[in-house]
Design a protein around this ligand. Structure first.
Ligand code: SF4
Length: 77
């Protein structure tokens, strides 16, 4: 299980999440940051730190945001 970065990150890339992640699993992509689902320990620090509320626990993702979990998996594949 993991947290997932969604559309508000695109074009924003504030990067506050990278600073607070204790396991260093947030990486910058071309348009947005991604969380490595296989490394995330679900601490929730990034969700709190994100200034544009782009980060959600996987269980709280809307149907339309499911694609961002797929994008993260592809990014780290
Ligand atoms: Fe990192 Fe914690 Fe966010 Fe997972 S929930 S990406 S471990 S800050």
């Amino acid at each position: 299980m993991t947290f997932v970065i969604t559309s508000p990150c695109i074009g924003e890339k504030a990067a506050d999440c990278v600073t607070v992640c204790p396991v260093d699993c947030i990486v910058e992509g071309e348009e947005q940051f991604f969380i490595d689902p296989s490394v995330c320990i679900e601490c929730g620090a990034c969700e709190t730190a994100c200034p544009v509320e782009a980060i959600f626990h996987v269980d709280e993702l809307s149907d339309e945001d499911q694609v961002y979990l797929d994008k993260a998996k592809e990014f780290f594949a």
